[in-house]
Design a protein around this ligand. Structure first.
Ligand SMILES: Cc1cc2nc3c(=O)[nH]c(=O)nc-3n(C[C@H](O)[C@H](O)[C@H](O)COP(=O)(O)OP(=O)(O)OC[C@H]3O[C@@H](n4cnc5c(N)ncnc54)[C@H](O)[C@@H]3O)c2cc1C
Length: 284
């Protein structure tokens, strides 16, 4: 289907974009890579009067080292994030998740910030960002504010970004030396997961000193598997110990039931995928 008619602006600066956005209110929609927004417009699930394109705003692109965090600009394409050595060194879980995100064309056009702002519960970046304790920097016409990952994902396709606000960058606390793995279960390659598990592990010798585990598509937002994290701390990185901890993966989740599988099937998958992800992250 062809989208409803809309006006289009591509401001050159963040300040200009924020002014245009605040003057247009509910009638405007931000476009980043367009990989999720354009299908929405084509299906006429949304019909904004104005589309504001962020592609000319250079300050929203790029990856930098900021001491204890890696900072990823919202408009940085997935392909750039996935091949960046700083991300691989300090936030390996993000690199691992991007490897599994869609196909090469989508990774070239789609952006890190766009995917997180879209907040699809089946999106591959929410769980790793949550597991690593990412912070989201959000600009409004008068100020910047920083939102913790725990508070950023509010509901189904809903984040803490307000109508007049733009996500500018995501700060990922460094997890240097941690092992990481993203285990994604799909029916068709290059698609959104039925369930996926993001695991980062700090191992000391053969012991799991600390683990962070995020779940994709096990509720309306990405979730932390806190029960698993608690159960893993101090355990040997063995198949038996990890299997026992992974049994807690579905605690506190509310997975959907759809044509790809019902909620019970997803709970089962969460346990299996958690075991695989943690063992791989621990290098066991
Ligand atoms: C065929 C196909 C397969 C895909 N497979 C997967 C997959 O396997 N896993 C996966 O995770 N994703 C997948 N995607 C989605 C992909 O990751 C998109 O890149 C992503 O969801 C949206 O990023 P974008 O930059 O294209 O954002 P857009 O589509 O431009 O925007 C998405 C939404 O976020 C808002 N937005 C964008 N940037 C900002 C910002 N800086 N501040 C405030 N709001 C903003 C927009 O207004 C819009 O509502 C797939 C997409 C396609 C087309």
């Amino acid at each position: 289907m062809i989208p409803a008619q809309f006006d289009y602006q591509a401001p050159a600066t963040l300040e200009e974009a924020l002014v245009v956005l605040s003057e247009s209110g509910d009638d405007a929609k931000i476009i980043a890579g367009g990989q999720s927004l354009l299908p929405v417009l084509r299906m006429r699930l949304n019909a904004p009067e104005l589309v504001i394109d962020l592609r000319k705003i250079e300050s929203l692109r790029g990856i930098r080292d900021d001491g204890d965090a890696i900072v990823i600009g919202a408009m940085t394409p997935h392909a750039v994030v996935g091949s960046d050595p700083l991300v691989a060194e300090h936030a390996l879980l993000i690199s691992k998740a991007v490897e599994h995100l869609a196909d090469a064309q989508v990774r070239y056009r789609g952006t890190f910030g766009g995917a997180l702002a879209h907040a699809d519960p089946a999106g591959d970046l929410g769980a790793p960002a949550l597991a690593l304790g990412a912070q989201f920097v959000i600009a409004s016409p008068n100020a910047f504010r920083t939102v913790e990952a725990e508070d950023f994902f509010v509901g189904l396709f809903e984040t803490a970004i307000g109508d007049n606000e733009i996500l500018t960058e995501v700060r990922i606390p460094k997890h240097t030396g941690w092992g990481a793995h993203y285990e994604k279960f799909v029916r068709v390659v290059h698609q959104w997961p039925i369930v996926a598990v993001a695991a980062a592990v700090r191992a000391e010798g053969g012991t799991i000193a600390e683990a962070r585990v995020g779940l994709t598509n096990m509720g309306s937002t990405p979730l932390r598997a806190r029960g698993v994290e608690e159960a893993l701390a101090g355990q040997p990185a063995t198949a038996d110990a990890v299997r026992a901890a992974a049994e807690r993966a579905a605690e506190g989740t509310s997975p959907p039931s759809d044509l790809n599988g019902d909620a019970d099937y997803r709970r089962h998958l969460a346990g299996v995928l958690t075991r695989r992800a943690v063992l791989a992250a621990a290098g066991a």
